[in-house]
Design a protein around this ligand. Structure first.
Ligand SMILES: [Zn+2]
Length: 269
């Protein structure tokens, strides 16, 4: 069995435009980088079929304070059907974030995605911590974009060091730091986050981290807190699983990473 804990799709009407916009936003140093899929639900399902992915988790992002209702309605409409699950989203600066979070819970979505770069907030700010606390109270998963972003200039808003500060306020055992704890900041991940209760996903790390560091982080953090993920459409869905399978990891480690941890977090049988 294979789960992908980090994917993105958009409603059919805006998928094409959104993918093009995101591609054009990619910073000079990371170009050319193209999406592998068209960004639609059908394209993701086709990719899952071709790459033997059983479950994909979609992570929407509210990039302004007015989008969350539309986003969460779309999320609810695809959630739990044909191997697709979706989290919801809210913008930390929207004044009604608490009722939005309640609505997300009511809709049966399993958590939220926050993107400190696109949403421009520091992960250890007051606004952020009150949301993380409420998510913990509501037993919701929080997936965080962590580390640098290919489309946004520094300063980085969710560095491993800043992320470690939130553990003074929350347990963190339902928080997922995407991109193995902090994209392209993996030395600091090893310094500040390895060994904490926070989960890491493997999304969009394949071409940027050495096997040596990837393995060291998995071993030292514990495979029970690592989630196979790709960031599809930004990485081809089958590649990471193949790559991990070829590394010297035990069967138990692989099972944890490929599906057991995801099923536990999503509470699916
Ligand atoms: Zn992503």
């Amino acid at each position: 069995m294979l789960t992908d804990f980090h994917t993105h799709i958009f409603p059919d009407k805006i998928a094409d435009k959104t993918i093009k916009l995101l591609e054009s936003n990619i910073r000079e140093e990371y170009r050319p980088h193209k999406a592998e899929l068209r960004g639609t639900l059908d394209a993701l399902k086709q990719s899952m079929h071709e790459n033997n992915v059983d479950i994909s988790l979609v992570l929407p992002i509210a990039t302004n304070v007015k989008q969350s209702t539309t986003i969460n309605n779309f999320a609810a409409s695809i959630n739990g059907i044909d191997g697709i699950y979706s989290l919801g989203s809210l913008h930390p600066m929207q004044s009604d974030w608490e009722s939005v979070l309640y609505d997300i819970k009511e809709k049966g979505l399993k958590g939220i995605k926050l993107h400190p770069e696109y949403q421009q907030f520091y992960i250890d700010s007051k606004e952020s911590i009150q949301i993380l606390k409420k998510c913990e109270e509501f037993d919701l998963i929080t997936v965080l974009h962590s580390g640098k972003d290919i489309g946004i200039d520094p300063p980085v808003h969710c560095t491993p060091e800043r992320l470690s500060h939130i553990l003074d306020y929350v347990k963190g055992d339902k928080i997922v730091a995407a991109h193995l704890g902090g994209w392209k900041l993996w030395d600091d991940v090893e310094k500040y986050l390895v060994g904490t209760p926070i989960y890491f996903d493997t999304a969009f790390t394949l071409d940027f981290i050495t096997d040596e560091q990837l393995l060291r982080i998995i071993k030292n953090h514990g495979s029970e807190k690592i989630l196979h993920a790709t960031d599809s459409p930004w990485e081809k869905q089958g590649r990471m699983a193949k790559h991990l399978s070829a590394l010297p990891l035990s069967e138990e480690d692989c099972n944890n990473i490929f599906y057991k941890n995801a099923k536990k977090l999503l509470k699916i049988g």
